[in-house]
Design a protein around this ligand. Structure first.
Ligand code: NAP
Length: 308
């Protein structure tokens, strides 16, 4: 791609929001590129059972199929790189990637999604040594071991169910009275004899020499230590919004991008889609992200038409 060419649209993010936007950008014959360094958080789900038309598939497979569709049918150009800067320049948006690529576009769709929230108890020093934020990727390494999953929503439920296929014992540590995952997961968790849900519990410290060896647990104010081989903190995710702060895009108090019903942000020519938006009361689903991507591309099409 020549570096001087001004694209109609740059799509930031290669998860279901960004890639669906790419499909629709192709439908509208826009000149566009998609920039992203991974497949988004959907790829971390080992089983998706609510993607329309697919009864069951790993998240990675679903997102790879959307990518194939965007590339093979609509000629999407995907730049496998990380955006490090976004600036407004003479009415257009100028982007720079980690590997030094420069792009310029008349409009942006931001679909950069989320990144894992950290516990903040120093667990990061055990990443790859007992601690993992991706059960789909790493559960199989804990065959016959004792592992802990932290959290009480869907990701924690999924991580526990997958880990129970390999581990001898899986504890789910949740800080409240009852899990709040989708009801479909509850009987599945109950049916697994090696899963134990530990309610009203907090993991307050991680200990070990070269690898994770134990955790400190607080249950109703009482502290105890538990030997453990692996830990999956599944405690949600935070929006990847850092690049947009300079543009003056408005966020809600949690850092999600505020958009209108056309996925338009507070800045002209900048649209957003997927998990990074402050829409639908936080209902973060791939199908919602895909729908927002489609709406955003339609809005960009209309915006560019009006500009001409
Ligand atoms: P989430 O909804 O943010 O839930 C995070 C969980 O971790 C909550 O139970 C939360 O507790 C707990 N938590 C947060 N911070 C904590 C901390 N510092 N220490 C201990 N616990 C902490 O994250 P998620 O489960 O990844 O789900 C995110 C979104 O993706 C949801 O909308 C979910 O429905 C969706 N999702 C869908 C599927 C699916 O449909 N198959 C699969 C995965 C995720 P509280 O309950 O007290 O807040």
């Amino acid at each position: 791609m020549p570096e001087s060419k001004v694209l109609d649209l740059a799509i930031l993010g290669t998860g279901p929001g960004g890639l669906s936007a790419a499909i629709y950008a192709g439908v509208y014959k826009l000149d566009f590129a998609v920039i992203g360094k991974d497949y988004g958080m959907l790829a971390n789900s080992h089983e998706i059972i609510n993607w329309p038309g697919t009864k069951s598939a790993p998240g990675l497979e679903i997102v790879q199929k959307i990518r194939e569709h965007a590339v093979e049918v609509f000629g999407a150009k995907i730049v496998d790189d990380e955006i490090v800067s976004v600036k407004k320049l003479d009415g257009n948006y100028s982007l720079q990637t980690k590997n030094g690529k420069k792009l310029e576009a008349k409009a942006l769709i931001v679909a950069t999604g989320l990144m894992n929230r950290k516990l903040g108890i120093g667990e990061e020093k055990f990443i790859g040594k007992g601690v993992s934020y991706c059960a789909t990727c790493d559960a199989s390494f804990f065959k016959g071991k004792v592992i802990g999953v932290i959290g009480g929503n869907d990701s924690a439920a999924q991580a526990a169910l997958l880990s129970a296929e390999y581990a001898k014992k899986v504890y789910v540590f949740y800080r409240r009275e009852a899990l709040r995952c989708q009801p479909i997961y509850l009987p599945k968790l109950e049916a697994k004899k090696n899963i134990e849900i530990v309610l009203n519990s907090n993991v307050t410290a991680v200990k070990g020499d070269k690898k994770l060896e134990s955790i400190e647990l607080g249950i109703k104010g009482k502290k105890s230590e538990m030997k453990i081989d692996g830990l999956f903190p599944e405690i949600g995710a935070v929006p990847q919004n850092i690049l947009l702060q300079e543009l003056g895009v408005k966020f809600d108090e949690a850092g999600f991008i505020i958009v209108d019903s056309l996925q338009k942000t507070s800045v002209e020519g900048v649209y957003a889609a997927g998990d990074i938006t402050a829409t639908h009361s936080g209902f973060k689903q791939a199908v919602v992200a895909a729908a927002e991507g489609a709406v955003a591309a339609n809005s960009v099409f209309k915006f560019l038409k009006e500009k001409r």
